[in-house]
Design a protein around this ligand. Structure first.
Ligand SMILES: [Zn+2]
Length: 121
């Protein structure tokens, strides 16, 4: 995927989040300066990895369909939210993974349901 295509997918993702955070389900995202969190699309993630939040940056697997990675984006934004709202739990959760993953996957599923019911872009 070239840089122009990546920019277009990122634009679409941000457009989706902008709409999503105006709903009750996605309102928690407004607690973040989410537009300032760097997002990178990468072609080289390991097979089963869809995304990650690492050192203040969100990395997502490349997809030509932004809708397919939208909920992963929300999942990684949730990790940012966990870090911002409760850093202690987040740090403990890095060791006891299910502690932060259950919550992030829950938000991912809610976002997935939402995007699958949208007619945007
Ligand atoms: Zn996670």
């Amino acid at each position: 995927m070239n840089a122009v295509e990546k920019d277009e997918i990122l634009r679409q993702l941000k457009h989706m989040v902008m709409n999503y955070c105006q709903t009750d389900k996605g309102r928690w995202i407004t607690q973040l300066e989410w537009g300032k969190i760097p997002v990178e699309l990468r072609d080289d993630l390991k097979d089963d990895v869809m995304g990650m939040y690492s050192f203040g940056k969100i990395i997502l697997r490349c997809s030509y369909d932004a809708r397919l990675i939208f909920s992963t984006y929300v999942h990684e934004l949730r990790h940012r939210w966990q870090w911002v709202t409760n850093p202690i739990t987040y740090i403990i959760g890095k060791v006891i993974r299910p502690l932060i993953e259950r919550d992030a996957y829950r938000q991912e599923n809610i976002a997935d349901d939402w995007i699958n019911n949208q007619n945007i872009i």
